[in-house]
Design a binder for this molecule. Sequence first.
Ligand SMILES: Nc1nc2c(ncn2[C@@H]2O[C@H](COP(=O)(O)OP(=O)(O)O)[C@@H](O)[C@H]2O)c(=O)[nH]1
Ligand SMILES: [Mg+2]
Length: 320
Amino acid sequence: MIVRILVSGIDLMSAIRNLMTKFDVKISIAMVGLANSGKTEFVKRILQTNEFIEASVSNTTEFELQILDNFTLLTWDLDDHIPQKKTLWKRSILGANALLFLVDSTNRESFQQNRKLIKDLVDKNFPIRLLVLGSKSDLPNSASVGELMTSLGLMDLDKTKCDVDLFKFSSKTGEGLYAIEEWLNRILFKRRERVINYTKVIACITLCEESGAINEAVLSDSPNLTLLATLRELKRKVTIFSRTMRVHGSGEEVIEIANFKIPIVKEHRHIVALVVGPHDSVPRALEISRNVLKIISPYCDKSINLAKIIRDLYPLDATY
Ligand SMILES: Nc1nc2c(ncn2[C@@H]2O[C@H](COP(=O)(O)OP(=O)(O)O)[C@@H](O)[C@H]2O)c(=O)[nH]1
Ligand SMILES: [Mg+2]
Protein backbone atom coordinates (compact mmCIF):
# COMPACT_ATOMS: atom_id res chain seq x y z
CA MET A 1 0.00 0.00 0.00
CA ILE A 2 1.17 3.51 -0.80
CA VAL A 3 0.44 6.17 1.77
CA ARG A 4 0.65 9.65 0.34
CA ILE A 5 0.94 12.46 2.77
CA LEU A 6 0.25 15.93 1.50
CA VAL A 7 2.76 18.66 1.94
CA SER A 8 2.44 22.40 1.57
CA GLY A 9 2.12 24.42 -1.62
CA ILE A 10 -1.54 23.74 -2.14
CA ASP A 11 -3.92 25.80 -4.21
CA LEU A 12 -6.54 27.05 -1.81
CA MET A 13 -9.33 27.26 -4.35
CA SER A 14 -10.64 23.77 -3.82
CA ALA A 15 -13.90 24.15 -1.95
CA ILE A 16 -14.09 20.54 -0.85
CA ARG A 17 -10.57 20.63 0.51
CA ASN A 18 -11.33 23.84 2.34
CA LEU A 19 -14.38 22.24 3.83
CA MET A 20 -12.31 19.38 5.15
CA THR A 21 -9.69 21.51 6.82
CA LYS A 22 -12.16 23.99 8.30
CA PHE A 23 -13.18 21.75 11.17
CA ASP A 24 -11.38 20.48 14.22
CA VAL A 25 -12.89 17.03 14.17
CA LYS A 26 -11.27 14.15 12.36
CA ILE A 27 -13.04 13.39 9.09
CA SER A 28 -12.56 10.49 6.75
CA ILE A 29 -14.08 10.11 3.32
CA ALA A 30 -13.96 6.85 1.42
CA MET A 31 -14.21 6.58 -2.31
CA VAL A 32 -14.77 3.22 -3.98
CA GLY A 33 -15.35 2.13 -7.56
CA LEU A 34 -14.08 -0.09 -10.34
CA ALA A 35 -10.65 0.66 -11.78
CA ASN A 36 -10.86 3.53 -14.29
CA SER A 37 -13.99 5.02 -12.72
CA GLY A 38 -12.12 8.28 -12.13
CA LYS A 39 -11.14 8.11 -8.43
CA THR A 40 -7.57 9.27 -8.81
CA GLU A 41 -8.56 12.20 -11.07
CA PHE A 42 -11.21 13.20 -8.56
CA VAL A 43 -8.72 13.13 -5.68
CA LYS A 44 -6.31 15.25 -7.68
CA ARG A 45 -9.05 17.70 -8.54
CA ILE A 46 -10.35 18.21 -5.02
CA LEU A 47 -6.99 18.29 -3.35
CA GLN A 48 -5.52 20.30 -6.23
CA THR A 49 -1.95 19.23 -5.74
CA ASN A 50 0.45 16.69 -7.07
CA GLU A 51 2.88 17.07 -4.21
CA PHE A 52 2.74 13.90 -2.23
CA ILE A 53 5.16 12.18 0.03
CA GLU A 54 4.87 8.50 -0.71
CA ALA A 55 5.51 5.91 1.95
CA SER A 56 5.27 2.20 1.42
CA VAL A 57 3.24 0.54 4.16
CA SER A 58 2.11 -2.78 2.73
CA ASN A 59 1.88 -4.48 -0.62
CA THR A 60 -1.82 -3.86 -1.31
CA THR A 61 -2.26 -1.73 -4.40
CA GLU A 62 -6.06 -1.42 -4.37
CA PHE A 63 -6.09 0.88 -1.36
CA GLU A 64 -4.74 4.42 -1.24
CA LEU A 65 -4.76 6.84 1.61
CA GLN A 66 -4.18 10.57 1.66
CA ILE A 67 -3.91 12.57 4.81
CA LEU A 68 -4.19 16.30 5.27
CA ASP A 69 -4.31 17.52 8.86
CA ASN A 70 -7.50 16.01 10.28
CA PHE A 71 -8.80 14.92 6.93
CA THR A 72 -8.28 11.45 5.50
CA LEU A 73 -9.24 10.42 2.00
CA LEU A 74 -9.30 6.74 1.16
CA THR A 75 -9.73 5.18 -2.24
CA TRP A 76 -10.35 1.55 -3.01
CA ASP A 77 -10.35 -0.14 -6.45
CA LEU A 78 -13.19 -2.66 -6.50
CA ASP A 79 -13.25 -5.74 -8.72
CA ASP A 80 -16.17 -8.14 -9.03
CA HIS A 81 -17.11 -8.30 -5.38
CA ILE A 82 -17.26 -6.25 -2.20
CA PRO A 83 -14.29 -7.32 -0.03
CA GLN A 84 -16.62 -7.73 2.89
CA LYS A 85 -14.39 -9.88 5.05
CA LYS A 86 -11.25 -7.80 4.90
CA THR A 87 -10.45 -6.03 8.14
CA LEU A 88 -8.98 -3.08 6.30
CA TRP A 89 -12.20 -2.66 4.33
CA LYS A 90 -14.38 -2.80 7.41
CA ARG A 91 -12.25 -0.47 9.42
CA SER A 92 -11.35 2.10 6.83
CA ILE A 93 -14.10 2.09 4.22
CA LEU A 94 -17.15 1.23 6.29
CA GLY A 95 -15.76 3.23 9.19
CA ALA A 96 -15.49 6.39 7.08
CA ASN A 97 -17.77 9.37 7.72
CA ALA A 98 -18.97 9.45 4.13
CA LEU A 99 -18.92 6.87 1.36
CA LEU A 100 -18.75 7.79 -2.31
CA PHE A 101 -19.25 5.19 -5.04
CA LEU A 102 -17.85 6.22 -8.42
CA VAL A 103 -19.21 4.92 -11.69
CA ASP A 104 -17.79 5.84 -15.11
CA SER A 105 -20.93 7.28 -16.72
CA THR A 106 -19.58 6.56 -20.21
CA ASN A 107 -18.91 2.87 -19.64
CA ARG A 108 -22.33 1.30 -20.10
CA GLU A 109 -20.84 -2.19 -20.13
CA SER A 110 -19.92 -1.73 -16.47
CA PHE A 111 -23.39 -0.66 -15.28
CA GLN A 112 -24.60 -4.21 -14.57
CA GLN A 113 -21.49 -5.00 -12.54
CA ASN A 114 -21.79 -1.72 -10.65
CA ARG A 115 -25.46 -2.42 -9.97
CA LYS A 116 -24.52 -5.72 -8.36
CA LEU A 117 -21.76 -4.14 -6.29
CA ILE A 118 -24.02 -1.34 -5.01
CA LYS A 119 -26.77 -3.78 -4.07
CA ASP A 120 -24.24 -5.97 -2.30
CA LEU A 121 -22.81 -3.02 -0.43
CA VAL A 122 -26.22 -1.87 0.77
CA ASP A 123 -27.52 -5.36 1.61
CA LYS A 124 -24.55 -6.29 3.73
CA ASN A 125 -23.74 -3.02 5.41
CA PHE A 126 -26.97 -1.32 6.30
CA PRO A 127 -27.80 1.27 7.44
CA ILE A 128 -25.69 3.02 4.90
CA ARG A 129 -25.49 6.51 3.50
CA LEU A 130 -24.12 6.52 0.02
CA LEU A 131 -23.41 9.04 -2.69
CA VAL A 132 -23.20 7.48 -6.15
CA LEU A 133 -21.24 9.62 -8.58
CA GLY A 134 -21.40 9.32 -12.36
CA SER A 135 -17.96 10.52 -13.45
CA LYS A 136 -16.71 11.93 -16.77
CA SER A 137 -19.88 13.96 -17.41
CA ASP A 138 -17.88 16.11 -19.85
CA LEU A 139 -17.71 13.28 -22.40
CA PRO A 140 -20.43 13.25 -25.08
CA ASN A 141 -21.48 9.64 -24.49
CA SER A 142 -21.99 10.15 -20.76
CA ALA A 143 -25.23 8.56 -19.45
CA SER A 144 -27.89 10.91 -18.06
CA VAL A 145 -28.92 10.94 -14.39
CA GLY A 146 -32.11 9.08 -15.34
CA GLU A 147 -30.24 6.40 -17.23
CA LEU A 148 -27.79 5.94 -14.36
CA MET A 149 -30.62 5.74 -11.80
CA THR A 150 -32.30 2.97 -13.78
CA SER A 151 -29.23 1.06 -14.94
CA LEU A 152 -27.68 1.05 -11.49
CA GLY A 153 -30.97 0.00 -9.88
CA LEU A 154 -30.89 2.86 -7.39
CA MET A 155 -34.70 3.06 -7.25
CA ASP A 156 -34.89 -0.62 -6.30
CA LEU A 157 -32.64 -0.35 -3.25
CA ASP A 158 -34.33 -0.92 0.08
CA LYS A 159 -34.96 2.61 1.42
CA THR A 160 -35.00 1.37 5.01
CA LYS A 161 -31.41 0.20 4.64
CA CYS A 162 -29.89 3.07 2.79
CA ASP A 163 -30.03 6.68 1.88
CA VAL A 164 -28.68 7.07 -1.64
CA ASP A 165 -28.09 10.16 -3.74
CA LEU A 166 -26.76 10.41 -7.28
CA PHE A 167 -24.89 13.24 -8.99
CA LYS A 168 -22.92 13.50 -12.17
CA PHE A 169 -19.57 15.22 -12.17
CA SER A 170 -16.47 15.85 -14.19
CA SER A 171 -12.97 16.19 -12.86
CA LYS A 172 -12.03 17.91 -16.10
CA THR A 173 -14.61 20.71 -16.11
CA GLY A 174 -15.47 20.82 -12.42
CA GLU A 175 -19.15 20.23 -13.13
CA GLY A 176 -21.01 18.87 -10.10
CA LEU A 177 -18.25 19.45 -7.57
CA TYR A 178 -20.28 22.01 -5.65
CA ALA A 179 -23.26 19.69 -5.41
CA ILE A 180 -20.87 17.12 -3.92
CA GLU A 181 -19.55 19.70 -1.48
CA GLU A 182 -23.07 20.54 -0.30
CA TRP A 183 -23.87 16.87 0.14
CA LEU A 184 -20.72 16.34 2.21
CA ASN A 185 -21.50 19.43 4.24
CA ARG A 186 -24.93 18.06 5.01
CA ILE A 187 -23.76 14.54 5.80
CA LEU A 188 -20.65 15.40 7.75
CA PHE A 189 -21.85 18.39 9.68
CA LYS A 190 -25.57 17.61 9.76
CA ARG A 191 -26.46 21.05 8.51
CA ARG A 192 -30.17 21.56 8.12
CA GLU A 193 -31.35 22.51 4.70
CA ARG A 194 -33.66 25.45 4.40
CA VAL A 195 -36.62 24.94 2.10
CA ILE A 196 -35.18 27.34 -0.46
CA ASN A 197 -31.84 28.99 -0.02
CA TYR A 198 -32.43 32.35 -1.66
CA THR A 199 -29.29 34.08 -2.82
CA LYS A 200 -28.54 37.74 -3.09
CA VAL A 201 -27.64 38.26 -6.73
CA ILE A 202 -25.35 41.29 -6.75
CA ALA A 203 -24.22 41.31 -10.37
CA CYS A 204 -23.93 39.14 -13.44
CA ILE A 205 -21.61 38.93 -16.42
CA THR A 206 -22.23 36.93 -19.58
CA LEU A 207 -19.92 36.12 -22.46
CA CYS A 208 -20.96 34.84 -25.87
CA GLU A 209 -18.34 32.41 -27.16
CA GLU A 210 -19.00 33.16 -30.84
CA SER A 211 -18.62 36.93 -30.79
CA GLY A 212 -16.69 37.38 -27.55
CA ALA A 213 -19.31 39.98 -26.52
CA ILE A 214 -19.52 40.60 -22.80
CA ASN A 215 -22.74 41.75 -21.15
CA GLU A 216 -22.84 43.10 -17.62
CA ALA A 217 -25.67 43.74 -15.16
CA VAL A 218 -25.38 45.22 -11.70
CA LEU A 219 -28.41 44.38 -9.57
CA SER A 220 -27.24 45.91 -6.34
CA ASP A 221 -28.66 49.38 -5.61
CA SER A 222 -25.42 50.58 -4.12
CA PRO A 223 -22.48 49.34 -6.19
CA ASN A 224 -19.30 50.35 -4.35
CA LEU A 225 -15.70 50.47 -5.50
CA THR A 226 -14.99 46.93 -4.37
CA LEU A 227 -17.80 45.63 -6.55
CA LEU A 228 -16.65 47.62 -9.55
CA ALA A 229 -13.08 46.37 -9.14
CA THR A 230 -14.42 42.83 -8.76
CA LEU A 231 -16.35 43.10 -12.01
CA ARG A 232 -13.27 44.33 -13.83
CA GLU A 233 -11.26 41.39 -12.54
CA LEU A 234 -14.15 39.04 -13.29
CA LYS A 235 -14.25 40.05 -16.96
CA ARG A 236 -10.64 38.99 -17.23
CA LYS A 237 -11.37 35.66 -15.48
CA VAL A 238 -14.41 34.95 -17.64
CA THR A 239 -12.36 35.48 -20.79
CA ILE A 240 -9.72 33.03 -19.51
CA PHE A 241 -12.44 30.56 -18.53
CA SER A 242 -13.89 30.83 -22.02
CA ARG A 243 -10.52 30.01 -23.54
CA THR A 244 -9.84 26.95 -21.34
CA MET A 245 -13.39 25.65 -21.76
CA ARG A 246 -13.46 26.00 -25.54
CA VAL A 247 -13.11 22.23 -26.05
CA HIS A 248 -15.85 21.39 -23.54
CA GLY A 249 -19.58 21.70 -24.23
CA SER A 250 -20.30 22.59 -20.64
CA GLY A 251 -18.51 23.17 -17.38
CA GLU A 252 -18.54 25.07 -14.15
CA GLU A 253 -16.17 26.57 -11.65
CA VAL A 254 -16.66 28.64 -8.52
CA ILE A 255 -14.22 31.41 -7.74
CA GLU A 256 -13.95 33.98 -4.98
CA ILE A 257 -13.01 37.61 -5.49
CA ALA A 258 -13.06 40.17 -2.66
CA ASN A 259 -15.45 38.19 -0.46
CA PHE A 260 -17.91 37.53 -3.28
CA LYS A 261 -18.67 33.99 -4.38
CA ILE A 262 -18.86 33.69 -8.15
CA PRO A 263 -20.07 30.54 -9.89
CA ILE A 264 -19.10 30.54 -13.57
CA VAL A 265 -21.11 28.24 -15.80
CA LYS A 266 -20.73 27.40 -19.46
CA GLU A 267 -23.48 25.86 -21.57
CA HIS A 268 -24.96 26.48 -25.04
CA ARG A 269 -21.81 28.39 -26.13
CA HIS A 270 -22.43 31.07 -23.50
CA ILE A 271 -20.81 31.74 -20.14
CA VAL A 272 -22.61 33.20 -17.14
CA ALA A 273 -20.84 34.43 -14.00
CA LEU A 274 -23.13 35.33 -11.11
CA VAL A 275 -21.79 37.44 -8.25
CA VAL A 276 -23.42 36.45 -4.94
CA GLY A 277 -22.73 37.01 -1.26
CA PRO A 278 -20.13 35.02 0.70
CA HIS A 279 -22.76 33.03 2.62
CA ASP A 280 -25.13 32.37 -0.26
CA SER A 281 -25.99 28.92 -1.55
CA VAL A 282 -23.81 28.03 -4.52
CA PRO A 283 -26.19 25.32 -5.86
CA ARG A 284 -28.99 27.92 -5.93
CA ALA A 285 -26.69 30.37 -7.76
CA LEU A 286 -25.78 27.61 -10.23
CA GLU A 287 -29.46 26.88 -10.83
CA ILE A 288 -30.09 30.58 -11.54
CA SER A 289 -27.10 30.71 -13.90
CA ARG A 290 -28.28 27.69 -15.86
CA ASN A 291 -31.75 29.16 -16.34
CA VAL A 292 -30.32 32.50 -17.40
CA LEU A 293 -28.15 30.61 -19.90
CA LYS A 294 -31.19 28.87 -21.38
CA ILE A 295 -32.91 32.21 -21.94
CA ILE A 296 -29.98 34.10 -23.42
CA SER A 297 -28.62 31.24 -25.56
CA PRO A 298 -30.38 32.29 -28.81
CA TYR A 299 -28.98 35.83 -28.52
CA CYS A 300 -25.46 37.01 -28.89
CA ASP A 301 -25.53 40.78 -28.59
CA LYS A 302 -25.76 43.42 -25.93
CA SER A 303 -29.40 44.30 -26.57
CA ILE A 304 -30.75 41.83 -24.01
CA ASN A 305 -31.67 43.29 -20.66
CA LEU A 306 -29.83 40.91 -18.37
CA ALA A 307 -30.92 42.56 -15.12
CA LYS A 308 -34.57 42.36 -16.14
CA ILE A 309 -34.24 38.68 -17.07
CA ILE A 310 -32.82 37.86 -13.64
CA ARG A 311 -35.36 39.99 -11.78
CA ASP A 312 -38.27 38.44 -13.70
CA LEU A 313 -37.02 34.90 -13.21
CA TYR A 314 -35.90 35.20 -9.60
CA PRO A 315 -37.61 38.17 -7.95
CA LEU A 316 -36.74 36.98 -4.43
CA ASP A 317 -33.06 36.52 -5.24
CA ALA A 318 -32.73 39.93 -6.82
CA THR A 319 -34.44 42.17 -4.29
CA TYR A 320 -32.81 45.25 -2.86
N1 LIG B 1 -12.91 13.06 -19.78
C1 LIG B 1 -12.71 12.69 -18.52
N2 LIG B 1 -11.82 11.72 -18.25
C2 LIG B 1 -11.62 11.35 -16.96
C3 LIG B 1 -12.35 11.98 -15.90
N3 LIG B 1 -11.96 11.39 -14.73
C4 LIG B 1 -11.04 10.46 -15.07
N4 LIG B 1 -10.83 10.43 -16.41
C5 LIG B 1 -9.91 9.55 -17.14
O1 LIG B 1 -10.28 8.20 -16.92
C6 LIG B 1 -9.13 7.37 -16.72
C7 LIG B 1 -9.18 6.69 -15.37
O2 LIG B 1 -9.19 7.64 -14.34
P1 LIG B 1 -8.56 7.36 -12.90
O3 LIG B 1 -8.85 8.57 -12.06
O4 LIG B 1 -7.17 6.94 -13.00
O5 LIG B 1 -9.46 6.14 -12.41
P2 LIG B 1 -9.31 5.21 -11.10
O6 LIG B 1 -8.79 3.91 -11.58
O7 LIG B 1 -10.71 5.08 -10.57
O8 LIG B 1 -8.38 5.91 -10.14
C8 LIG B 1 -7.94 8.30 -16.87
O9 LIG B 1 -7.46 8.18 -18.18
C9 LIG B 1 -8.49 9.68 -16.61
O10 LIG B 1 -7.78 10.68 -17.29
C10 LIG B 1 -13.28 13.03 -16.23
O11 LIG B 1 -13.97 13.62 -15.38
N5 LIG B 1 -13.41 13.33 -17.55
MG1 LIG C 1 -6.63 5.16 -9.21
